[in-house]
Ligand binder design. Structure first.
Ligand SMILES: *[C@@H]1O[C@H](CO)[C@@H](O)[C@H](O)[C@H]1NC(C)=O
Ligand SMILES: *[C@@H]1O[C@H](CO)[C@@H](O)[C@H](O)[C@H]1NC(C)=O
Ligand SMILES: *[C@@H]1O[C@H](CO)[C@@H](O)[C@H](O)[C@H]1NC(C)=O
Length: 275
């Protein structure tokens, strides 16, 4: 469980340089509700612990507002988010039993994620000066899924996770193979829960060119997989013609195995140095 700062400092290479630079420039453009979206959506009222647990377990990303007092301004700000993030489950509770279970002692907004089993909190101190823009940004940054689409905002969220290895599928979202590829990619993502974060980079977007260039990939080599390890700044790429479960899984296993071998070697070296 971590309390999160909305902006990250001390950026590392790649995504993170990019994210940190851009995140300052990006204004939160919340998607307008349009046809097909549920304009009457409300947070689910959580009357007991099982209801809260059920909501959290069923969602890739769930956000729960735990409030002792429902009259404070953040509550209506919180409610106003529900319309804007249709892919997230929202819950709200003021029941002491529920608050106690989640160790809440003051008004807190919690984001629960499946992909890295993370629980992020905006608590009293942070909540006081949280307006709709800030809350919206907090959600956009931390809305990490089984497969997260890369953007400057999610780039910043990806940087903020405990998972140090990220796999990128760099592919044109408009290509006919896209949907089937994503289905398979997502399937593999679940196998590597807690080990590798899976990211999609839409190669048709001009602003993603920097990412593609970073991995020294040519247009003709796409679609491609790129795996990246943050602490060591190591990466590898594989040009693919289509996404298959076996290929993605093999690429990930290979990279993780290599990291292990390298770690062992560096441990041996430190040992020798110490002797
Ligand atoms: C819209 O949201 C309301 C309240 O959460 C819910 O009762 C209703 O079933 C939803 N409608 C659709 C079409 O999802
Ligand atoms: C929770 O909110 C409801 C509706 O405003 C209110 O009737 C109830 O007394 C509140 N419960 C607690 C424990 O504050
Ligand atoms: C609440 O805190 C206790 C003790 O630190 C911890 O064991 C428990 O898992 C926490 N509950 C939740 C729901 O995070």
């Amino acid at each position: 469980m971590r309390t999160v700062r909305v902006t990250s400092s001390g950026c590392l290479a790649f995504l993170f340089v990019l994210a940190c630079v851009l995140v300052l420039e990006v204004t939160t453009d919340v998607e307008e509700s349009s046809d097909g979206l549920n304009n009457t959506r409300e947070p689910v009222w959580l009357a007991d612990v099982p209801a809260a647990e059920e909501l959290i377990a069923a969602a890739e990303v769930a956000i729960v507002g735990f409030f002792q007092d429902l009259e404070i301004p953040i509550v209506s700000t919180f409610r106003s988010m529900v319309q804007n993030f249709q892919d997230i489950s929202f819950g709200i509770s003021n029941h002491s039993e529920v608050l106690k279970h989640y160790n809440i002692t003051s008004s807190t907004i919690c984001l629960f994620r499946q992909v890295d089993k993370e629980q992020l909190r905006l608590d009293d101190k942070n909540i006081e000066n949280t307006d709709a823009d800030k809350l919206s940004r907090f959600i956009q940054i931390n809305n990490l899924r089984w497969v997260t689409e890369y953007s400057p905002l999610t780039g910043s969220g990806l940087f903020n996770t405990m998972i140090q290895t990220h796999l990128l599928l760099i592919m044109n979202k408009e290509s006919p193979e896209y949907e089937e590829s994503m289905r398979r990619y997502q399937e593999v993502a679940k196998l590597f829960q807690g080990q590798i974060l899976f990211v999609l980079v839409d190669s048709s977007k001009e602003e993603n060119r920097k990412v593609i260039n970073y991995f020294q990939l040519k247009e003709s080599e796409l679609p491609a997989l790129a795996v990246y390890e943050m602490t060591e700044d190591k990466w590898d790429t594989l040009s693919i013609s289509e996404v298959t479960v076996e290929q993605v899984q093999g690429f990930c296993d290979g990279f993780l195995k290599e990291q292990l071998v390298n770690d062992d070697k560096s441990e041996e070296n430190t040992l020798k140095e110490e002797l």
